[in-house]
Design a protein around this ligand. Structure first.
Ligand code: NDP
Length: 285
């Protein structure tokens, strides 16, 4: 006789969270793999996150994703960290250990690289790279790019001190250093430009000289949907090579989390294609 397998509980915490695609992505992965699970979105302001996470654990929650603005809090609440999460200083995946405490991981960086190298079959090795931003996602991206073997990595951020802090944390001054945003005109051109700022969520346009771009330059915005349109339009106008948004990264980081919790990595193409049909790369597509 088959015993009924209880569906395990997972959630994504963030604030705001209503528009998160994670519940939908994990539900699709569960359907593909035949794994029974409940995955919900929990609105958690920073002030009450720790309590809400405790309540979730007490109610049987087995794993959680964490998004803005809670990734550093999740790092602090983790009893143990994966090597990548420790380096990035941010956690987006929590797994409940047998003793009830949380193991913190970060799948943003691996998800970003996997989108580029697997879905888009791009080789990152040796690329002269420019990283715009120094927030949580930029930190994960920087370490993932270095793990993937990029060449020189220049970090630029609106608040210069945060870029310096990230370069210091990496500690490879020969290959990884910062520039002031106003000096970008003298930086030459790049093989890879990654926009890890959240500027596209607001009305502000990033001031970026066309001279950063050559015909081969790969431009990637971690945002997706309308938030990525301005940067990708700039990249195309500057004559860049591929201009990609972060939708693939979103799906891949979710698949990495799924693999941590369930021990098997789902195929991501079907979910990516479904979401891509709803979130085109250009306003006019
Ligand atoms: P943070 O709030 O930690 O960092 C925001 C970054 O953007 C900071 O470097 C900030 O600079 C910069 N910034 C904000 N507004 C402007 C502006 N008007 N001009 C220039 N710089 C600006 O956010 P995250 O790092 O978590 O997220 C960054 C982006 O990445 C978001 O759009 C998010 O949606 C996306 N993301 C996508 C993921 C995916 O799976 N596709 C996963 C994670 C994030 P300063 O330090 O000066 O404030």
């Amino acid at each position: 006789m088959n015993a009924t397998v209880e569906a395990e509980h997972f959630a994504v915490f963030g604030h705001p969270i209503a528009h998160s695609l994670s519940p939908r992505i994990h539900a699709r992965f569960a359907a593909f793999t035949g794994i029974r699970l409940h995955y919900t979105a929990i609105d958690a302001p920073a002030a009450s996150f720790a309590t809400q996470l405790e309540d979730f654990a007490a109610a049987g929650g087995r794993g959680a994703n964490v998004t803005l603005p809670l990734k550093q809090d999740a790092c602090a609440l983790s009893a143990a960290l994966s090597d990548f999460a420790r380096r990035a200083g941010a956690v987006n995946t929590l797994t409940r250990l047998p003793d009830g405490r949380w193991l913190g991981d970060n799948t943003d960086g691996p998800g970003f690289v996997r989108d580029l190298t697997e879905r888009h079959a791009l080789d990152l090795r040796g690329r002269r790279s420019l990283l715009l931003g120094a927030g949580g996602a930029a930190r994960a991206t920087a370490f993932a790019l270095l793990d993937a073997g990029v060449g020189e990595l220049i970090i630029v951020n609106r608040t210069a001190e945060r870029a310096d802090a990230l370069a210091d944390a990496i500690g490879d001054p020969e290959h990884v250093y910062t520039r002031y945003w106003d000096d970008l005109g003298a930086a030459g051109n790049f093989d890879l430009i990654v926009n890890a700022t959240s500027a596209g969520l607001g009305a502000a346009q990033l001031a970026l000289p066309f001279g950063l771009v050559a015909r081969r330059t790969l431009c990637y915005d971690l945002s997706y949907g309308a938030a990525a349109f301005a940067f990708l339009a700039w990249a195309r106008a500057a004559g860049a090579g591929p201009a990609l948004d972060g939708l693939g990264m979103l799906v891949e980081q979710a698949a990495e989390s799924f693999a941590i919790w369930h021990g098997s990595r789902p195929d991501t193409d079907a979910v990516y294609n479904e979401l891509r049909a709803e979130l085109p790369l250009r306003a006019t597509d």
